[in-house]
Design a protein around this ligand. Structure first.
Ligand SMILES: Cc1cc2nc3c(=O)[nH]c(=O)nc-3n(C[C@H](O)[C@H](O)[C@H](O)COP(=O)(O)OP(=O)(O)OC[C@H]3O[C@@H](n4cnc5c(N)ncnc54)[C@H](O)[C@@H]3O)c2cc1C
Length: 432
């Protein structure tokens, strides 16, 4: 068998969910020679909204308008939450730096400084979030002010119903109407796939045809909401064009997975990162990690299904952003939850009977959803003796213990800010 090729780098980022993406972004901004490995993570399911901190305590379902006050209260009550290892200035800086990068990729974000905003979900409920893709922003004032609005869906598009959204929102948004139309130049009898729809919207003729279908249904609407399929790479341009053609504001509403906003982030970010020299091993996994004599890491990369190494990385340090159960950074066996790559100790409930509460919808959440890696204040995972397991392994994102990002509504904020801190700690380590 021929020798597998070896690539050397300063930093290996393991994971290409939001935490891995953010770590690769911050590393590249700091000129670190970086490789990134991972199959598509939760990002492909994500709405595109960037939550910072919305709900605490989860058992009271207390929703906060000011995310920073929410973080203060959270850190007081849960002193080992990952946010407790960060200053507010760092969290804020990380979000701003990430947003600047997103704008460079053509996916700008918008927020009200220090204030969560209410946004529409794919099923017509309302949630609060912090930073919103500009393509979705016009929905924020429209919902807040109840502006006359038309929600559009398409024959053949499954999992997005304008009627469901309008029925759900009617009590708080009476001036909301739904219409179902044909997607431009597509046979009505076939199923529509969001990715194909988004790519076809890049063609100007299709934008014009879409506007022609929508226009007769406006009937006084000042704003029009579409499922988030308005392009893959030039969404801002497409929305501006539709605004001109319809003479009213336009916004996107996330769809259920597969999520085009998530796919856009992944595609656009990876394109820019590759151009800036980050080497990306997409749709691959690290199947084995060993420390070498110098203290660096040898990482064998391959396809998880056959377990055969195809490539070897030699890295001075690692950021582990491998997620929880969905990303497969953690594995729940019959009795124990394990970290899958370095076999790091995992904070978890004492036994399996306490993983879940009896009621699946219990507002307190489930013990298993706070399991993960405990860290020191440099974001290094701890060993059994509560000391850093390695000098040069740092962890970020949902793999971290003592947080329930889904219920606390802090998914993106947690991923981005802990990735920022992990990169900074790696840089300090390199300077020593
Ligand atoms: C349905 C859904 C909706 C969401 N909606 C929102 C929202 O509205 N707002 C918000 O703020 N956040 C949202 N999020 C959360 C957000 O997108 C992030 O998924 C979350 O914050 C955790 O990201 P992560 O990178 O830590 O983990 P993951 O996304 O799970 O990524 C883990 C990555 O690690 C990789 N990996 C694991 N093991 C290995 C290995 N051995 N080698 C190489 N790679 C490995 C995986 O392939 C994957 O790429 C949503 C997530 C989901 C699933």
């Amino acid at each position: 068998m021929s020798e597998i090729q070896t690539t050397k780098c300063d930093l290996a980022v393991i994971g290409s969910g939001l935490a891995g993406i953010a770590a690769a972004v911050f590393a590249s901004q700091n000129g670190i020679d970086t490789c990134q490995i991972g199959v598509s993570g939760g990002i492909l399911y994500a709405s595109g909204y960037l939550d910072l901190m919305g709900v605490h305590p989860v058992e009271d379902r207390k929703i906060w308008v000011n995310p920073w006050e929410a973080i203060d209260a959270l850190v007081r009550d849960v002193p080992n939450h990952p946010y407790a290892y960060l200053s507010k200035a760092d969290i804020s800086q990380s979000l701003d730096q990430f947003a600047d990068f997103m704008a460079d990729t053509g996916l700008p974000y918008k927020k009200n400084e220090n204030q969560n905003v209410a946004v529409v979900t794919p099923v017509g409920t309302v949630k609060s979030t912090y930073s919103v893709p500009v393509s979705m922003w016009n929905g924020v004032p429209a919902l807040a002010d109840g502006r006359p609005c038309l929600i559009v869906d398409f024959w053949g598009l499954k999992g997005f119903s304008a009627l469901q959204i309008t029925e759900m929102l009617k009590p708080r948004w009476p001036d909301l109407r739904a219409v179902r139309i044909a997607f431009p130049s597509v046979d009505l009898s076939i199923d529509l796939y969001p990715e194909r729809m988004a790519r076809s919207m890049e063609v100007d003729d299709n934008i014009v045809m879409l506007a022609d279908e929508v226009r007769p249904n406006l009937n006084g609407a000042q704003v029009v909401g579409f499922p988030a399929i308005l392009g893959m790479n030039t969404t801002e341009r497409i929305i501006r064009r539709l605004k001109d053609l319809l003479d009213c504001d336009v916004f996107e509403i996330p769809t259920i997975p597969p999520s085009i906003p998530g796919l856009r982030i992944k595609e656009n970010v990876e394109t820019v990162l590759s151009a800036r020299g980050v080497r990306i091993f997409g749709q691959k996994r690290v199947i084995c990690a060993k420390q070498n004599k110098e203290g660096g890491f040898l990482l064998d990369i391959g396809d998880f299904t056959d377990g055969k190494p195809e490539h070897r990385l030699e890295a001075d340090g690692v950021i582990l952003a491998s997620g929880r159960f969905l990303g497969m950074g953690l594995h729940a066996g019959r009795k124990k939850i394990r970290e899958t790559l370095f076999d790091l100790p995992v904070f978890q409930p004492a036994d399996r009977s306490s993983w879940h509460r009896k009621n699946f919808f219990d507002p307190c959440g489930h013990g298993i959803n706070r399991s993960g890696l405990e860290i020191d204040d440099s974001f290094r995972p701890l060993n059994q003796s509560k000391k850093p397991a390695f000098d040069n392994v740092f962890a970020a994102g949902s793999i971290l213990a003592h947080q329930d990002w889904i219920r606390q509504k802090c998914g993106a904020g947690l991923s981005i800010s802990t990735a920022y801190a992990a990169v900074r700690s790696f840089m300090r380590h390199m300077q020593r």
